[in-house]
Design a protein around this ligand. Sequence first.
Ligand code: ASP
Ligand code: MG
Length: 405
Amino acid sequence: MKYIVQKFGGTSLNTAELREQVAAKIIHAVKEGYHPVVVVSAMGRGGESYSTDSLLSLAYEVSREIPGRESDLLMSCGEVISGVVLAATIRGKGFPAVFLTGSQAGIITDDNFNDARIRRVDPQIILEHSRLGKIVVVAGFQGVTEKGEITTLGRGGSDTTAAALGVALEAVCVDIYTDVEGIMTADPGIVNNARLLETITYNEICQLAHEGVKVIHPRSVEIAMQKNIPLRVRSTSSDAPGTLVTNDSQVYKGAIDITRDRIVTGITQKTGITQLKINMPETNASAWQVRIFKGLALAGISVDFINASPEAVVFTVKDEMAQKAVEILENLGMQPVKRPGCVKVAAIGAGMTGVPGVMAGIVDALTRENVAVLQSADSYTTIWVLVQQEDMVKAISALHQQFLD
Ligand code: ASP
Ligand code: MG
């Protein structure tokens, strides 16, 4: 049997009109000969009636001290509501459909409430319904422990459910339907000629997600990647193919070699960053380094963009943690130099591995625009530069022009 997993996010489900569009996508898949297994998020976002945040705020208005197992029970209702309504919508179109909770669908997790990991998927019940010709609608973002406690998978976790089911069913594809057309080369609000990517590798999309691109949960990509299940990020309100996530160019007819053909795939940015610099004394730099990083760790402050040398220690923290970090360092007898309002810009591309001249291109582009690089770092697939907030648009546009126009 050819299974396809179709996941619909909250913004694709919050009006009757949108749910009609969703039902049409599902029925189209049936007509194409697939057995669709549909994963839903809770309807809407933020303060909308049945969204995850709205459900949580009902309890938080009473107390901030809700035990994890109970907030999971509460949150799990959001996906149940949207799943039942969607199954009814599908049946209204004359197609048999059944709704299953995460537990009924065999999603078994650990007992880390609010952020549980899927241990295994037992797809027996899904398969039974599907073999009878029913469209199976599954509540995303939730599972059950071996002892029967309901859990949730961390915010944005419906994508994770979809990928895990894709692997368990050996699906032809996992379609992540959302309110954008796919993955873009940069934020179109910043770069006018940002383009939609036809293909992207699992590693690249994971990097993009970790750098703050919010279209897909990185954990879901990691799960799909293990069994090479193709993912597609696409729009609920159009028929466009969206962005295909895979390592295998053969899967998608006509796709070009997705790594070798380009060096940089996307440019991202993370704002609200403070850089801290501490000059080291002439002797004993390593003892200072230990004191700095232990002091910050004990205070629960996460550091990033770390560069430690005998001359200086430089790193970044989130703007809101900067004051606390400065106080800790001053209590240690140090005089940190603080530079608030920085932006971490990343150029991401699997094709840059081992290619000479990528950093040269980055520095060239930024120099042309008079953008100062405050710090840089690199990995196999990413080069990061730290710039001042006022240079952000210039920096991203210059890098886009250099590598992606
Ligand atoms: N409804 C959950 C959330 O808002 C899960 C999801 O939408 O993926 O985080
Ligand atoms: Mg999401």
